[in-house]
Design a protein around this ligand. Structure first.
Ligand code: ZN
Ligand code: ZN
Ligand code: FE
Length: 787
């Protein structure tokens, strides 16, 4: 007989882990017990050696779907002659390192019950079990127990209580356990028209949707605005009311068969769609997709469409009802006006969405934490996160190198803000907050900081923030410091944070070369950076290269007008005379007031220099006729990329001028001055290609090919010079899968090792993690021996 004590860490509480441990032990004939402690789940098992080894193996390999085993510590202890195996229901102690689980899509068992007319949960929209259901969004405070959730007001009926108390039941300690007798209920509010026949709220909703109404539906992490995705007029209607003219809308479909009717998916795409987070996955539309299946207005100018499967029984039941009306696809977009945070409360939604929705499908299970749908895509067989939110937050990113650090709060950047709380080697990234600088989002930011601190029972003394003095989060950090001078502020350069975030998630000590291709971020020299070659580690960096700086006429206002970029980039390349001598070369010259832009540039007012790669994309897009004002971030770049395909880019010729110019600059590079990546040569080549009659898709392919060529060569140069083969690819521009995949392949062929963001978005949603990693590395350096 041997006895062993195991300490299991990770997402192992509130996910059916203890019953799993017990079943496994019983199957293997092992004795002992399992309990939750402040340090993690502690298991003591007793039996013969091979049984114990088998147990350890199964613990890792067969753990319940929602759990995430990060580490298993093991020590042999004296045998105690135990008989049987038990779950010790321990009182959770404060200050525990309990990890709050994320919300999980309905499991197959629950769905079977919901659709079984003989089951007591038949048709019940709030069915859940230990393997599925709401978690993060219903938690008021920890420990995660029913009285601390929004289920507290629903007393369980005897049948539910029996399940909850039974160790062997699928609903043992399932905190949101409920049924139609005792649990939350649904109802519809608002005029649904005179023809409605149904009594059931879900059927009423389906009827209204069939008649092209816009419905606000209260879901898991907030409200959705829903409308049929197969009727152009209905989608246009929603866009007008929501004041969202172009940004792609997400579409929910009932099952994988419906996905395949709309999109060409890979196995990886389908695995993601079916994953417990039930995220939105960007997938390529079928080329022959008929309008009758998906209105063109859903994702205009885009080869991809964001699809998701129903996350809860409520949504499954809605699709069952919609099937009666022949509807298999709904636009499901965040229930908010323009860029405000998603609505979560009934009264909030009925007030704020009154001018958008015709009616509301409401329920009385309060949502305590906002969580937008997460957005993912598969690039080169790997998952890329575009928005890390429902189902993924607050699962931490594990950063063992920071275990010795004191807790750090990192407040992120201005756009696509997230915040991050680093504690005990775990970085808890908040769900997507949004673009700061507006009343509602700023309030959501403060609410999120408070939430993370509450849930993790920790108020850090250290706050990391962006170096931009005007960012709302920076101002907030400074205010905190003013109120409490004990607080230590750590300013972190934006692109350094992008680099550090990727180093941290891959546990790379660095130094590495960072190709940080971004929109805009505040540089250390007062200019706006965004197309940077950095060399550094978590502590420090140097800027060894960047794109030629070009003025941004009118500052941030220029970002929404690609044609303004084009004016500035043409002036940078050919001089201001160009516009007088070629008055009609580009269509925007006749259509938009070019002259005032030139005047702003000539006088140099409000025209900061930028090395941004995102702005270069804007300018090139404008030169191939994607020049009109945009209505969502990176629209021009996305539409430019949508003109081409990875295959066409592989076969395209790069712009020889630009590649030659870079080669020359590399040959003449001197120590101390950064390598300038060509811009004027690219603009010149784009113009020549256009004059030679190359089509916009052809130019897009050549431009992508050129960027891959230039960035790969520059990376090779930096790698050789600084003795590191690790190349980090980060920044919002790398949401462009064609560029990312092409460049990563090319780097590998050149014998370099590309590293991409995988657990965080490449764009600004991942910056807070990098800020936290930089602060931890600067203030709590690792002992030498660990490096
Ligand atoms: Zn379930
Ligand atoms: Zn019940
Ligand atoms: Fe950025």
């Amino acid at each position: 007989m041997k006895r062993r004590r195991l300490l299991v860490n990770g997402i192992v509480q509130g996910v059916g882990f203890r019953p799993f441990v017990m079943r496994t032990a019983v199957e293997l004939g092992l004795a002992g017990h399992v309990c939750n402690t402040s340090a993690g789940v502690v298991i003591e098992i007793e039996g013969v050696g091979p049984g114990l080894d088998e147990f350890a193996r199964r613990l890792q390999e067969e753990a319940p779907p929602l759990s995430q085993v990060v580490s298993v510590g093991s020590e042999d202890i004296p045998a105690a002659g135990a008989r049987g195996f038990e779950i010790q229901v321990s009182a959770d102690t404060p200050g525990t390192s309990t990890l709050v689980p994320p919300d999980i899509a309905a499991c197959a068992d629950c769905l079977r019950e919901v659709r079984d007319p003989a089951d007591r949960r038949h048709g019940y929209a709030f069915t859940n079990c230990t393997n599925c259901g709401p978690r993060w969004t219903i938690i008021g405070r920890i420990p995660y127990d029913r009285p601390h959730t929004s289920m507290a007001r629903f007393a369980m009926c005897p049948a539910c209580q029996t399940e909850y108390d039974d160790l062997q039941d699928r609903r043992f300690h399932a905190q949101p356990n409920a049924c139609a007798v005792c649990g939350p209920r649904l109802w519809v509010e608002g005029p649904l028209g005179a023809t409605g026949q149904a009594n059931d709220p879900i059927e009423q909703t389906a009827e209204a949707l069939a008649r092209h109404a816009v419905l606000a539906i209260r879901g898991l992490g907030g409200f959705h605005l829903a409308v049929r995705a197969d009727v152009s007029a209905a989608v246009r209607h929603l866009r007008q009311r929501k004041r969202r003219p172009h940004k792609p809308l997400a579409v929910m479909v009932p099952d994988i068969a419906a996905v395949r009717r709309l999109a060409r998916t890979t196995t990886e795409d389908e695995e993601l769609l079916l994953s417990p987070a039930a995220p939105i996955v960007l997938v390529p539309k079928r080329p022959d997709l008929p309008e009758a299946l998906l209105a063109a207005e859903v994702a205009p100018g885009n080869r991809h469409v964001g699809l998701m499967l129903p996350p809860t029984p409520l949504h499954h039941l809605l699709f069952d009802a919609l099937a009666q009306h022949g509807i298999t696809a709904l636009v499901m977009t965040s229930g908010n006006a323009s860029e405000e945070p998603i609505c979560i409360a009934n009264d909030e939604a009925t007030a704020r969405l009154a001018t958008i929705a015709d009616a509301f499908l409401l329920h009385d299970r309060e949502i305590l934490r906002r969580a937008d749908d997460s957005v993912l895509q598969v690039v080169a067989g790997r998952t890329m996160l575009l928005r890390r939110s429902r189902g993924l937050a607050p699962v931490p990113v594990f950063l063992p190198d920071t275990e010795r650090a004191e807790p750090v709060l990192a407040v992120g950047t201005q756009l696509k803000n997230t915040v991050c709380l680093l504690k005990d080697g775990r970085a808890f990234l908040s769900p997507h907050i949004g673009d700061l600088g507006q009343l509602e989002t700023d309030a959501f930011f403060r609410e999120t900081v408070a939430t993370l601190q509450d849930v993790l029972e920790c108020t850090p003394r250290i706050i990391a923030h962006d170096e931009h003095p005007g960012y709302m989060a920076t101002v907030w950090a400074a205010e905190q410091h003013k109120r409490n001078p004990e607080l230590q502020l750590v300013p972190v350069q934006h692109h350094h944070a992008h680099l550090a975030a990727v180093l941290a998630e891959h546990q790379l000590p660095g130094p590495a070369v960072g190709l940080i291709m971004d929109g805009t971020g505040y540089g250390t020299d007062g200019t706006i950076w965004g197309g940077e070659i950095l060399v550094g580690d978590a502590t420090s960096f140097s800027r060894v290269g960047h794109f030629e700086p070009v003025p941004l006429p009118g500052g941030d206002a220029a970002i929404k007008a690609p044609w303004r970029q084009a004016v500035s980039y043409l002036r940078h390349t050919f001089g201001a005379e160009f516009f007088a001598s070629h008055p009609d070369e580009f269509p925007f010259q006749g259509d938009r007031p070019v002259k005032p832009v030139l005047e702003i540039l000539d006088r140099g007012v409000n025209s900061p220099l930028t090395s941004s790669c995102g702005r270069l994309f804007d300018a090139v897009a404008a030169l191939v006729d994607i020049w009109a004002e945009t209505t969502y971030e990176a629209q021009a770049a996305i539409e430019l990329a949508a003109l081409t395909t990875p295959e066409e880019v592989r076969q395209a010729q790069p712009f020889v001028l630009a590649v030659e110019e870079l080669r020359e600059r590399i040959d003449n590079a001197t120590d101390g001055s950064p390598l300038l990546l060509p811009v004027a040569a690219i603009i010149r080549a784009v113009r020549e290609a256009r004059r030679a009659g190359v089509s916009p898709p052809g130019i897009s392919a050549m431009f992508h090919r050129t960027l891959i060529e230039i960035l790969a060569r520059a990376a090779g140069w930096a790698a050789a010079r600084h003795g590191s083969n690790d190349i980090v690819l980060a920044g919002g521009v790398f949401q462009n899968g064609i560029l990312l995949e092409g460049l990563a392949n090319r780097l590998r062929r050149d014998g370099l090792q590309p590293w991409c963001p995988e657990q965080i978005p490449p764009g600004d949603g991942g910056v807070s993690l990098g800020q936290a990693a930089v602060a931890a590395a600067r203030l709590f350096p690792q002992p030498e021996s660990n490096q």
